[in-house]
Design a protein around this ligand. Structure first.
Ligand SMILES: Cc1cc2nc3c(=O)[nH]c(=O)nc-3n(C[C@H](O)[C@H](O)[C@H](O)COP(=O)(O)O)c2cc1C
Length: 172
């Protein structure tokens, strides 16, 4: 799909068909787009965890109690390691959250290109997610997304509520 059309068309989907899984080759292409994301000093401090087993889905779903989230056949968690990310020497800024956000953007846009629906989720309960995934001390998750297909009959809103450019751009 043309890149600007893709950007305009993508929207968060909150209605998933529980019976329609994403095929392995489609998943592979989406994950490959995440793998190619840029990161500070190219440290790539991430792992992409695709949760599809009934046991793990059950655990992870408890971290975010929306019913639509429980319908998605897969959940993708971008997991990062603070000790693997670049740290700015002047003030100790750690780039992990930025690196993971960029990777998630790649993943979400690639999913859109494959016709796979996503919804960036940050409002999960972090402690529950940490336990569910068995994260180590240095590991962090800032965002997860369902991966799947919208329920039949769901029509996209295609009406982006965004501030106009005139309000947000400065040419200086
Ligand atoms: C950092 C971040 C956190 C978000 N957290 C949630 C969330 O917890 N639950 C949710 O339903 N949507 C969440 N969203 C999705 C936004 O609500 C959505 O992207 C925004 O309203 C714009 O709509 P669109 O994605 O359909 O263009 C999040 C998005 C971002 C970028």
């Amino acid at each position: 799909m043309e890149f600007y059309d893709l950007i305009a068309q993508r929207e968060s989907i909150r209605d998933y068909d529980p019976d329609r899984k994403v095929a392995p080759d489609v998943l592979h292409r989406i994950l490959e787009a995440g793998r190619l994301a840029p990161s500070a000093v190219n440290f790539q401090p991430w792992q992409f965890w695709v949760i599809s087993s009934a046991e793990m889905l059950d655990k992870v779903r408890r971290c975010y109690s929306r019913s639509w989230f429980h319908d998605a056949p897969h959940i993708l968690a971008v997991v990062g390691d603070l000790s693997q990310a670049w740290v700015r020497k002047y003030d100790g800024y750690n780039s992990l959250e930025t690196d993971l956000a960029i990777a998630m953007c790649h993943l979400i846009l690639a999913a859109e290109n494959e016709g796979v629906a996503t919804c960036w989720i940050a409002a999960f309960q972090p402690d529950l997610l940490k336990d569910a995934l068995g994260l180590k001390e240095n590991e962090r998750v800032y965002a997860i997304t369902p991966l799947g297909y919208p329920k039949k009959g769901l029509t996209k809103k295609n009406a982006k509520q965004r501030k106009p450019l005139a309000e947000i751009v400065r040419f200086i």
